[in-house]
Design a protein around this ligand. Structure first.
Ligand code: UD1
Length: 416
């Protein structure tokens, strides 16, 4: 199993290009199922999750051409309306084929995702939404089997804000008969990016970026070309790493407008931030101050940045409280950070971190995608060598991370 070896103590300095967003690319790849015409995508990141999604779509019969970040998908012919367990269990986002398949082909068999490291993460809202739109759904042998001659527009209220739930039902509603209103919908920028792609494909969608999205179904969608938005979580991760190491970096091809909350927190920690067009520059020349964080749906602080801020708080001046309100088991990195000497107490969904002057390198283990990023940041600031095991989580969601960090001056190597 591959590991990362990090020699702590280098400040991050220099410029790095931000990749396309994983969480926008995954639903947008699935949107190709909604039309028989080619969908041309640009800025698709080179990630394991993207490769898994491509494989799943290819297994269904979609033809895919890849040329770097350019991907052309054609779902002119589909021979299998199924997402098997071995794919859904490695990548929950595979559930995103459910809505498009039922909408265009009237049927889908998608494995239930089962548990995952950061909580039970059910898909009941996806299922209930499709039922409200008239789909007949049976759960059999661990699979969701959905059927509908043509989905019907409906009013759907989400009890909880769900990002992929909103995306799945929004895609399904584009081809439904009549008007669908999604209430308490997710406002994440990735939902907006998907909506822009769907609109370019001929979908009629209003209220994008608000908590009420109205979709008027059309008979057919057509092909288009779309550029995937920049990854705000990758951007945030590099900015936290630079703040924690006391560095000076510039991120290019990114967007500051979707990072408001994260940028504010980094300024509170003491970083100086400048934005010029699609470039974000950050300077930090002192020990960071501890900052409190409370995760919540967009536009509040993202749960996908919680672990990275926890790492920074471990070496910050003062104490901070980190509250996780989205996932019930997203503190698995705490145990590993403690192995580096971090002072963290956890009570329910709240972690209290007392900043210490120095962490010490040790052997640790990545438990999920964002926890891996957190452990890298901790390794960068720790004294001596940190070895991170199980980094396959990292390759699911960060494009060429060790190459990018090396480019910024980090001493980081992959051990094969
Ligand atoms: C997406 C992101 C993930 C991010 C998360 C929250 C993608 C591919 N992944 O995941 O990176 O951490 O949003 O911002 O975009 N829930 C239910 N029933 C459902 C659906 C969700 O109870 O049917 C619960 C979940 O268990 C969780 C909360 O709702 O507690 C939010 O989950 P959700 O927004 O659906 O997360 P994902 O879309 O899976």
């Amino acid at each position: 199993m591959q590991k990362l070896a990090i020699q702590g103590g280098s400040r991050l300095n220099g410029e790095v290009r931000i990749s396309g967003a994983k969480n926008a690319a995954l639903p947008i790849l699935c949107a190709s199922l909604l039309t028989s015409e080619p969908l041309q995508l640009a800025n698709v990141p080179d990630l394991n999750d993207v490769a898994t999604m491509r494989k799943l779509l290819q297994q269904m019969g979609i033809s895919i051409e890849v040329n770097g970040g350019q991907v052309v998908l054609s779902a002119a012919h589909i021979d299998k309306l199924e997402a098997p367990y071995d794919m859904v269990k490695t990548m929950r986002a595979a559930i995103l084929v459910l809505g498009p398949l039922v909408a265009r082909f009237g049927e889908a068999r998608v494995s239930l995702p089962g548990g995952c490291a950061i909580g039970s993460r059910p898909v009941d809202l996806h299922i209930k939404g499709l039922q409200t739109m008239g789909a007949e759904i049976h759960i059999e042998h661990g699979y969701i089997h959905a059927k509908a001659k043509r989905l019907k527009g409906a009013r759907i209220f989400f009890d909880l804000v769900s990002v992929t739930g909103t995306e799945n039902l929004m895609m399904a509603a584009t081809l439904a008969d009549g008007v669908t209103v999604l209430e308490n919908a997710a406002r994440e920028p990735e939902v907006v990016d998907l909506a822009h792609c769907l609109i370019a494909m001929g979908a009629r969608i209003d209220g994008v970026g608000s908590d009420t999205i109205t979709i008027t179904g059309v008979k057919k969608l057509h092909g288009t070309s779309h550029r995937i938005m920049p990854d705000r979580i990758e951007s945030g991760t590099f900015l936290v790493a630079a703040t924690a190491t006391g560095g000076s970096i510039a991120l290019t091809d990114t967007r500051a407008d979707i990072l408001d909350n994260v940028l504010e927190k980094l300024q509170e920690a003491g970083a100086t931030i400048q934005v010029s067009g699609s470039t974000i520059s950050l300077q930090m020349n002192k020990r960071p101050k501890a900052v409190n964080v409370r995760t919540a749906p967009y536009p509040a602080f993202p749960t996908d940045m919680q672990a990275q801020f926890m790492a920074m708080n471990c070496i910050a001046e003062g104490s901070a409280m980190v509250v996780e309100t989205i996932f019930e088991n997203r503190f698995m990195h705490v145990q590993e950070l403690r192995r580096l000497g971090a002072q963290i107490d956890v009570e329910g969904n709240t972690a209290v971190i007392r900043g210490c002057a120095q962490l010490e390198g040790a052997a640790i283990m990545a438990t999920d995608l964002r926890a891996s990023a957190c452990l890298i940041i901790a390794g960068l600031v720790a004294q001596g060598e940190t070895i991170i095991d199980r980094i396959y989580h990292l390759d699911r969601g960060y494009e060429h991370i060790e190459a990018k960090l090396s480019q910024l001056g980090a001493d980081i190597r992959r051990l094969k």
